[in-house]
Design a protein around this ligand. Structure first.
Ligand SMILES: Nc1nc2c(ncn2[C@@H]2O[C@H](COP(=O)(O)OP(=O)(O)OP(=O)(O)O)[C@@H](O)[C@H]2O)c(=O)[nH]1
Ligand SMILES: [Mg+2]
Length: 471
């Protein structure tokens, strides 16, 4: 790409580092005319003629930055020339001192100099629109910034490097090839020719379907790595669920009281144990009665349970109905075979024969049991260990593993797999070429949605609005 071919949009500027006090901060700008803006505000130390338009890319220059009121700070200016920059446009980054007032003044000087304030994710959006990265890579940057565990960070890094993009690109090429041959057949429809034998076509569709299904399946692990293991604390009112949530978080987050039905709406918080992130949800206690609001809370509890990766089913081990509760837990587990479950036998301090009951409860529920006294914190560390062991391996994912981590990608892949399955059935049934071509085209579009080959303005807005300003 030569300099002339890069389309440069209006100049934008933003603070790229977090708000607050730090040693240094970065204010960046990108777009048409940013070198002129930089010339207006920056004087190179040692004087002499210097202009950004003449400076080479990847060079750093020390000097002062001024606004109308005079000098603001001593800064380093980094020059990136199109197309060799993050956005592929001309860019200048100023590294200044990291006080909030200094940083704001530097930004204001650039805005006064002719830049517009960037929107959230606008730098990355330009990198995508200018073809430097695809949509998957752009999203990976966002995931990396928000990653809370090493594994999440590593998976995002792999995606940023383009591992998944490459796989999808290969699939697209395979599909395009088959579509092209089918469309050629349609052009020659009078003559009844087959440019690719139906057996070959079926085999290649089957191969693609298998590969896409593998990616679809990786989402179970992938989303647990990226977003945390969705962990729901469920059980009857007063079992001690909110007490456990507070224990796991190490803070008094949820209201605890002896009144059954204290928690009405669910409460969500994250905590990281060793290298695994858990997204904990405390729910309203499950029971039949209760008034309207509690009833709605219970409905939400069931919804959360159905979405969980891990269910901590809590019961009061001192209560007479503990065996019934253990059976109820077993039923819940069978209703949600996808989720893992731990039976938390709480209030062992009130049950003199607590240890004896653990074995019995295990038998009745068919789940591993963690005995505990949530109020005093006894058994909480053991529970954390058990939770980690139930999702073992998540923290050890290798750099090379290509995982689907986002719901958007997962849904597009599932749709693509469905279209391929339809195509295969049509081929098997000896159906018309048009119908097969239609299904393959839609599979192609679904795969293209992921990397951004087929994309709507609305989707881009949703994706980039989640970024910070300055990224
Ligand atoms: N003795 C004893 N009491 C406990 C223990 N854990 C919790 N409790 C008490 O049990 C009562 C209910 O605790 P919560 O944590 O509010 O129970 P919950 O399951 O969230 O109840 P709901 O929100 O009503 O569904 C409170 O009075 C707690 O102090 C425990 O290990 N031992
Ligand atoms: Mg509660």
């Amino acid at each position: 790409m030569t300099k002339q071919t890069v389309r440069q949009e209006e100049p934008i500027a933003a603070i790229a580092t977090p708000v607050g006090v730090g040693a240094l901060a970065i204010v960046r700008m990108s777009g048409r005319g940013v070198f002129a803006v930089a010339d207006r505000v920056f004087r190179r130390r040692g004087g002499g003629a210097f202009s950004f338009a003449e400076a080479e890319g990847f060079t750093a220059h020390f000097g002062t930055l001024s606004d109308k009121g005079g000098m603001v700070d001593e800064v380093i200016a980094l020059v990136f020339r199109a197309p060799s920059s993050f956005t592929t446009e001309d860019m200048v980054e100023f590294t200044c001192h990291g006080g909030p007032v200094v940083v704001r003044q530097v930004l204001q000087a650039l805005l006064d100099g002719g830049c517009r304030l960037a929107e959230p994710g606008e730098f990355t959006r330009r990198a995508f629109l200018n073809g430097r990265i695809d949509l998957l890579q752009a999203e990976a940057i966002g995931e990396m910034i928000h990653a809370r565990t090493e594994a999440a960070c590593r998976t995002a890094a792999t995606q940023m490097q383009g591992a998944l993009s490459l796989r999808l690109q290969e699939m697209r090429e395979g599909l395009l090839h088959s579509c092209a041959l089918l469309e050629l057949e349609l052009d020659f429809s009078e003559e009844d020719v087959e440019f690719q034998s139906r057996e070959d076509l079926e085999a290649s569709v089957l191969r693609l379907e298998a590969e896409i299904s593998r990616l679809v399946e990786s989402y179970r692990e992938g989303h647990m790595v990226a977003e945390g293991v969705s962990t729901v604390i469920a059980g009857r009112p007063n079992a001690g669920k909110s007490t456990l949530l507070n224990r796991l978080l190490g803070e008094e987050r949820a209201i605890v009281s002896h009144m059954p039905g204290t928690t009405r709406d669910y409460i969500e918080e994250c905590f990281v144990h060793e290298k695994t992130m858990f997204r904990l949800t405390d729910t309203a206690g499950l029971r039949e009665s209760g008034e309207e609001i509690e009833h709605e809370g219970i409905r939400r509890s069931y919804r959360k349970i159905s979405e969980a990766d891990l269910i901590l089913y809590m019961l009061d081990v001192s209560g007479e109905d503990a065996p019934d509760e253990a059976r109820a837990a077993g039923r819940l587990r069978r209703e949600h075979p996808e989720a893992r479950m731990i039976l938390v036998a709480n209030k062992t301090d009130l049950a003199p024969d607590g240890s004896l009951r653990v074995a019995e409860l295990e038998e009745l529920s068919g789940c591993p049991v963690a005995g505990m006294a949530a109020r005093s914190g006894e058994g909480v560390e053991e529970l954390k260990g058990l939770m980690a062991s139930m999702v073992e391996g998540l923290d050890k994912l290798q750099e090379a593993s290509v995982l689907v981590t986002s719901l958007r990608h997962y849904e597009a892949l599932r749709n693509a797999a469905d279209s391929l399955c339809n195509a295969r059935q049509l081929i098997e049934a000896g159906e018309a070429t048009e119908l097969i071509a239609f299904e393959l085209r839609s599979a192609l579009d679904y795969v293209g949605e992921i990397t951004g080959k087929v994309v709507s303005e609305e989707l881009l807005n949703t994706i980039f609005s989640r970024f910070c300003i300055g990224k």
